[in-house]
Design a protein. Structure first.
Length: 382
């Protein structure tokens, strides 16, 4: 399998998961659910360490310019997330009213009962993701500004240790993890049932996320003076991995590898990719905005442009509170959904159901767009 390459292995895992999910007995599906539960615990433990191990030495290596590049990266990620939300609102306002005009009231969408693993082992992470990011910024910036060479060497060795875990454990196991996810989804029928309810709207959201990726890489390609579609093609392994894992953080190793293939330096890639896995949520913002407008149309709630502009500006900030984990963005979005759009428990439950049904596409858009930001930052760092 090593000779096949990561992208074909991921595609094979997805196809096998969908096909075998229709035939395997529950006992076999639960076996793979158990494997996934164990791997998820390990991955959750490693994610903060990956961030500290990659971001800290990357900031230290960049040097005194790290503070400037950090602010620029955060600004680009936030602006792009807001633009994606505005594009989603404009398109949805144009197309969705006619789609839902004759639709019946949609109540709760009951989530299909998920199969429980046979057993699991709890491996609590040493830090949460936000704490790991803050620690990385503090250690990286102080190392760079104070010239702490000994500390820099320590984190250089720590980086090598993390990279070894990534290349020898996480990446080889990702296809098996993705297979288990699609096997479980197909067996429970969860994805099929929810996707059929909002098929037309999901198609529009899918087209929107492709358009977002195209404009992101067209801008990046214009700045670095390279073919944007070739750059986007090189990010395809990250896109497909995110499609299977629905986690920006879990896809960091593959996103890093794809970004390096676009000739971004290791220092910039190690700085931008883990950071953007947390703060760059263009696909998620686009998707939540479209789902929120759909619910507003169905329930007769206010949805004027000024209200949604305020919602998108706040949403782009709040989603940083749900970094890199499957469904984290929509959980963080519940606060502005309730306080700004006036969603009650029923409307929030509907948003969660719609979002989870399409979670992987938004995540894939997020992580692939991280590669475009890395290209721009790499150009500025030269």
């Amino acid at each position: 399998m090593k000779s096949i390459g990561l992208l074909p292995r991921i595609l094979i895992a997805i196809v096998l998961g969908v096909v075998l999910g229709n035939f395997l007995a529950e006992s076999w599906v639960r076996l793979f659910v158990t494997v996934n539960a164990l791997f998820s615990q390990f991955l959750g433990f490693m994610i903060p360490l990956i961030i500290v191990g990659l971001v800290t030495p990357a900031i230290a290596d960049i040097g005194r310019g790290a503070g400037r590049l950090l602010l620029i990266t955060v600004a680009i990620a936030y602006i792009d997330t807001v633009v994606a939300g505005l594009l989603s609102y404009g398109t949805s306002s144009w197309l969705f009213p006619s789609m839902v005009a004759n639709a019946p009231h949609v109540g709760h969408l009951q989530k299909a009962a998920e199969l429980a693993p046979y057993f699991t082992i709890t491996i609590p992470p040493l830090l949460d993701v936000m704490a790991a990011l803050v620690l990385s910024f503090v250690l990286g910036l102080t190392t760079a500004y104070a010239g702490l060479l000994s500390l820099k060497e320590v984190f250089a060795d720590f980086q090598k240790s993390i990279e070894l875990v990534i290349t020898r454990a996480i990446i080889p196991l990702l296809p098996l993890y993705i297979f288990g996810i699609f096997l479980n989804m197909t067996f429970t029928g969860e994805a099929y049932r929810i996707l059929l309810v909002f098929a037309q709207i999901i198609v529009v959201i899918f087209v929107l996320h492709v358009l977002i990726l195209v404009y992101q890489f067209c801008i990046a390609g214009l700045i670095v003076r390279r073919n944007p579609f070739r750059l986007l093609w090189n990010m395809l392994p990250a896109y497909m991995t995110a499609l299977g894992t629905s986690s920006s953080a879990a896809t960091i190793p593959v996103t890093m590898r794809s970004t390096l293939k676009n000739k971004v330096t290791e220092g910039v890639a190690g700085f931008v990719i883990p950071l953007c896995a947390t703060i760059h949520m263009s696909g998620s913002c686009m998707k939540i905005t479209a789902c929120a407008l759909t619910v507003c149309l169905l329930e007769g709630l206010p949805h004027d442009p000024i209200l949604f502009l305020y919602f998108i500006l706040m949403l782009s900030i709040m989603m940083v509170a749900g970094p890199g984990v499957p469904g984290g963005a929509v959980m963080a979005a519940l606060a502005p959904l309730g306080s700004i759009l006036g969603f009650g428990a029923d409307e929030q439950a509907l948003i969660i159901a719609l979002y989870i049904a399409m979670d992987s596409f938004g995540t894939a858009c997020n992580v692939t767009g991280d590669g475009a930001i890395a290209l721009v930052i790499n150009k500025m760092a030269k």
